[in-house]
Each structure stands twice: as structure tokens, then as C-alpha cells.
Design a protein around this ligand. Structure first.
Ligand SMILES: CSC[C@H]1O[C@H](OP(=O)(O)O)[C@H](O)[C@@H]1O
Ligand SMILES: Nc1ncnc2[nH]cnc12
Length: 293
């Protein structure tokens, strides 16, 4: 494996392009998993190659529950990404995280309903570890970049992924607090699971836009409040992404996540489904290359 960084950025609500990219070009990447949300904006910042995917597509066309996260992750891998930084707007479930906070997520609770959440299936069964769902190295580099951009990064938070698209009821919002979640959004899962299955180190920078709906006596969250806060957060988010890319060490050391599938696949070689393996050529092709010797 090469020691060059190719950073994938998944831009969430409010982040639909990266202005600082040089030699940039929108490129359609075909995935074996269907249609990605959009083309990928490919370019570089300094010596680092960057691949940017607007999670909901340009113009925010795709509903969170209809996102083809498999195609998005697969397309980023096909575009050469070595690592992914995802950016998301979130509601706060914690008194300590007021709107405007920048949070490095380190845990997830997946409460989404019925979204395709794995690349694997009958004929190619694999179980990746998700105990530590984000890449510590990329998370730490991102926290440093937020600080360098003038923000105050908050390290460590549990992200509750809800189905949406409606926001939570007050009762749900209070329940998620009892579950131990500190922020809430609609997209971090299954994205983080799929990145792990694709052996892509993944970090999630969450921008708090609202208090969700758990505070008695206060208005429940609505999109108007979120958009206003997003506009206020946007500049810092953009600067942090640029700082991150400029601050990457010249050479990328390998990560254990680059080999997340090493001991994960348990289907016997002679029982494997060739059709599924063809679809998995980008996600798990490294293993098949080994099989061929
Ligand atoms: C526009 S508010 C709700 C919307 O914002 C978040 O999106 P993303 O994670 O892509 O920034 C949330 O998950 C919802 O999809
Ligand atoms: N309160 C909230 N709930 C779910 N997703 C969100 N994205 C931004 N704020 C949110």
C-alpha cells in the first residue's frame, strides 16, 4: 500500500463543496452498489489529494433515510481514498454542548430503521469490530485542526443516529439522553459501519446546530434554527477541513483499520458467492488479490 494520504471528505448539511481545492473537477464514479449521492469533487490542497462527496448531493436532494451510504463509501474507496472525515450537523443532547460547539464523535448508537447497513450478505459473511468505531489518529488530527482554525474542539461524544426525517418528539429526545447520547443526527449510521467494512479509517466532526427537543419550556428544534446556526458554523468548518489537510504528516503510516477485514470473513472459500464478490471488488478486493496469490 502506498504511504500517500488521499482524504475523503463527506460534507453534511451546509457543506456542499470545498472552495480551497486546487485542480478541482467533479468526477462521476460508478459504484457496484447503485447511485452515490453525487459526483465526487476531486482535487488537492498542497500535496494532499482530496475527494469530496456532498452527502445529500449538491442542492441537498437526498433524504437521510434514502442515502445510498454503501454507494457513497464504495465510490470514495474507488476514488482512492485512504481515510474519511465526515462532517455532520447535529442536535445537542447535553448541557455541555451548546449550539456552535464542534464535537469529535467517538461512539454511536444506531437507532435507524431498515437502512442497508452492510456490504456483506449470504455467501460472504463478515463481522468487523465496531467497539472503537472511529479512527483515533484522524480524530486527533481533526481536533487539532479545529483548534488551529480558531475553534474549541470537544473530544468524545456519543452520536445517536435516528431515522428521521422528522425531528424527535420531546419524549424521544429525553430518552436518548438517558441512553447516554450527547448528540443526535440522521446520517452517522450506517455510514461509520460501512466505512469500517471498507477498511477506511473514519472520523466524524459534528457541528452542533440546536438543542434538539429535551429542554422543557424551550421551543423544540426546527429547520429554521438549524440553518441559522449552520451559517454561523460554516466558516470554521471549512477552515478546519483545510487546516486538517495542510497539517497531515508527509507520509501516511498504515492503520490497523486498513486491515479490518483480516479476521472478519468467516465464509469458507468454496462457499463464497462469486457474484457478491464481484460487487465487493473495491471494498474487499485486497483479500481476493491475496487469494489469487
Ligand atoms: C438540515 S437538518 C437535518 C439534517 O442535518 C443533518 O445532516 P448531516 O448529518 O448530513 O449534516 C441530519 O443528519 C439531517 O440529515
Ligand atoms: N436535532 C437534530 N436531530 C436530528 N438531526 C439533526 N441535525 C441537526 N440537528 C438535528
Amino acid at each position: 500500500m502506498s504511504d500517500e494520504w488521499v482524504i475523503g471528505i463527506i460534507g453534511g448539511s451546509g457543506l456542499y463543496a470545498i472552495e480551497a481545492l486546487e485542480d478541482e473537477q467533479w468526477i462521476a464514479v460508478q459504484s457496484t452498489w447503485g447511485e452515490p449521492s453525487d459526483e465526487i469533487l476531486c482535487g488537492r490542497i498542497g500535496h494532499v489529494q482530496v475527494r469530496f462527496m456532498p452527502r445529500h448531493g449538491r442542492g441537498h436532494r437526498v433524504l437521510p433515510g434514502r442515502l445510498n451510504a454503501r454507494a457513497n463509501i464504495d465510490a470514495l474507496k474507488r476514488a482512492g481514498c485512504t481515510d474519511i472525515l465526515a462532517i455532520s450537523a447535529v442536535g445537542s443532547l447535553s448541557e455541555d454542548l451548546p449550539p456552535g460547539s464542534f464535537v469529535l464523535v467517538d461512539q454511536f448508537i444506531d437507532n435507524t430503521k431498515g437502512r442497508p447497513s452492510t456490504f456483506f450478505d449470504n455467501g460472504f459473511v463478515a463481522h468487523v469490530a465496531m467497539g472503537d468505531p472511529v479512527c483515533e489518529r484522524l480524530t486527533e488530527l481533526t481536533a487539532a485542526a479545529v483548534a488551529q482554525a480558531g475553534g474549541e474542539p470537544h473530544r468524545g461524544a456519543t452520536y445517536l443516529a435516528m431515522e428521521g426525517p422528522q425531528f424527535s418528539t420531546r419524549a424521544e429526545s429525553k430518552l436518548y439522553r438517558q441512553w447516554g447520547a450527547q448528540v443526535i443526527g440522521m446520517t452517522g449510521m450506517p455510514e461509520a459501519k460501512l466505512a469500517r467494512e471498507a477498511e477506511l479509517p473514519y472520523a466524524l466532526l459534528a457541528m452542533v446546530t440546536d438543542w434538539d427537543s429535551w429542554r422543557d419550556g424551550e421551543a423544540a428544534v426546527d429547520v429554521g434554527a438549524i440553518l441559522a446556526q449552520m451559517a454561523a458554523n460554516g466558516d470554521l468548518a471549512r477552515r478546519a477541513v483545510e487546516e486538517l489537510i495542510r497539517s497531515l504528516p508527509p507520509r501516511r503510516e498504515s492503520s490497523p483499520i486498513d486491515r479490518a477485514l483480516d479476521f472478519a470473513v468467516i465464509t469458507a472459500p468454496e462457499q463464497r458467492d462469486r457474484g457478491l464478490m464481484t460487487k465487493l471488488d473495491a471494498v474487499a478486493g485486497r483479500l481476493f488479490a491475496q487469494d489469487r496469490g
